[in-house]
Design a protein around this ligand. Structure first.
Ligand code: ZN
Length: 496
């Protein structure tokens, strides 16, 4: 997509669609008054008729605009300017972009309002650029008729006094984030016969080369040699061998701390012998969303050339029911020596990332974040749109929560009291792999805590937000690419 920032009056911009934000309440800003003048007060009349209120994400199409250079006008409500936030601006821009991206080869121009409340101009440009990339990409990879098309060209239009230089840098950053989100979405949306540990690893290698990330792929023999006992046990039921992808960005020099990002990559989760019912299994191609998020974030961190050291790890297995599948009652020995009694083969994600976390700790991680579509219990607790956060180090978690807020993504912390450890006790091994019915999202986190060697760590349970069952005005159904932005933000800010 040809994406550029220009400074111009809205009436002079040439595009198939001109998109203009309309605030709710109060006087209209100068640029909107000027547009209204050009349209002979058509907008004022629409406002008086109650059709143009400026309510957040309200859309109004003006199909016939002979007084403008652009062929059509789309007005999108941005709500009250004093309440404008990253989240609200993202919602308004995504809704508008989705509205106008249903045809091939369109040129759009999106005017950035003068009054942006607490949002800086550059921040608004960045979020808009991401929306132009993400909102115009559908999930219909295999349909003859696509419902959404990337734009041929997009202009981000600043008022005539706007500083195009810094806005262009912000737009480029937004584009990089958008591409990273779309990469994560694409990998999650692809079906499990295409994406399995070997193909995910091959794609990761290809992406790494394209952005100068160092990339190593561990095959099943290397994983065996490195004692990934519990990860390999999960992989045993599948004909597809396990892989681990290691992506390394060394932007921070030899003495700077290293952040490790660990992603769960169960490329298909049948539940194993504790098999899932059809309804629960249908969307289980999404069980590698953590790994896809880590890969996406790493490509963005590399392209943005962040002056930090970050290593991304993707633990990749398929959880199936072949004759060698791991069984209930099996005792696994994890990489760090902890023995685990298997009470449920569908609680496999924690048996994958535990070994990856322990490897990351042994290989220089100073701080860790893991992402996993880990528990239905987290979705029960927080709903489908909010990720759960769990930590052994409040200061580190606070940095991550602050980064999520800056990125406009919703995270909520859940407790990690010692008493939850009781639920994981086993009669025959150091622990069980499930803690029973109550507090399931937390006992999963308590389980993982045993593998991080006391290093500052946050576990993010993205079982709800990673995959949307249906589309909404502001986002496509299917994979969402959630938390890519938060990871990039925390990598950038969290190490200073
Ligand atoms: Zn499972």
């Amino acid at each position: 997509m040809d994406l550029r920032v220009v400074s111009a009056a809205a009436r002079d911009v040439d595009a198939d669609w001109l998109i203009v934000g309309v605030p709710e309440g109060g006087e209209w800003p100068d640029e909107l008054v000027a547009l209204d003048d050009a349209l002979q007060e058509q907008l004022s009349r629409l406002r008086e008729a109650g059709d143009l209120t400026g309510k957040l994400a309200e859309l109004l199409i003006v199909p016939d605009t002979p007084a403008l250079k652009s062929r059509r006008l789309l007005l999108v409500g941005i709500g009250s300017p004093t309440e404008l936030s990253v989240t609200r601006w993202d919602k308004a821009t995504m809704t508008a972009v989705r509205q106008v991206s249903s045809k091939r080869d369109l040129r759009v121009a999106f005017c950035v309002p003068e009054q942006l409340g607490f949002l800086s101009r550059d921040r608004a440009v960045e979020v808009l650029a991401t929306a132009l990339i993400v909102g115009s990409q559908g999930q219909d990879l295999f349909k003859a008729e696509h419902s959404r098309f990337p734009f041929a060209a997009a202009q981000i239009v600043l008022p005539e006094s706007g500083d195009v230089g810094s806005a262009s840098a912000a737009s480029e950053r937004g584009r990089i984030l958008g591409d990273a989100i779309n990469l994560a979405r694409e990998l999650v949306n692809r079906p499990p016969h295409e994406i399995y540990p070997e193909t995910f690893a091959a794609r990761a290698l290809q992406e790494a080369i394209s952005c100068s990330l160092m990339c190593h792929v561990f095959d099943e023999h290397r994983l065996e040699a490195e004692r990934f006992g519990s990860l390999l046990a999960v992989a045993k039921g599948s004909d597809r061998p396990a892989r681990m992808v290691v992506l390394e960005h060394r932007g921070g020099g030899p003495n700077a701390p290293t952040l490790a990002l660990v992603g769960k990559g169960v490329t298909f989760d049948s539940g194993g012998l504790s098999i899932k019912p059809t309804d629960g299994m249908l969307t289980m191609k999404c069980d590698m969303a953590g790994a896809a998020t880590v890969l996406g974030a790493m490509t963005a961190i590399a392209r943005l050339k962040l002056p930090v050291n970050v290593i991304g790890y993707c633990g990749l297995v398929e959880n199936m029911l072949g004759g060698k599948a791991y069984k209930l009652g099996d005792i696994l020995t994890a990489r760090n020596g902890v023995t685990i009694e298997v009470h449920n083969t569908d609680a496999e994600g924690r048996l994958v990332i535990n070994d990856v976390l322990s490897y990351a700790v042994d290989h220089g991680a100073d701080r860790l974040i893991d992402l996993a579509t880990l528990t239905g219990a987290c979705v029960v607790a927080l709903g489908e749109d909010v990720s759960g956060a769990f930590t052994n180090n409040q200061a580190w978690c606070d940095q991550l929560l602050a980064a999520a807020k800056t990125a406009g993504e919703d995270l909520w912390q859940l407790p990690m009291f010692d008493s939850y450890n009781e639920l994981l006790k086993s009669d025959v091994a150091d622990c069980k792999n499930v803690g029973g019915r109550w507090g399931g999202a937390i006992t999963a986190a308590k389980f993982l805590e045993k593998f991080v060697g006391g290093k500052p760590w946050v576990h993010l349970d993205i079982a709800g937000p990673a995959f949307a069952s249906s589309s909404k005005g502001h986002r496509e159904g299917g994979a969402t690419g959630c938390l890519v932005r938060t990871l990039v933000e925390v990598a950038e800010k969290g190490q200073s």
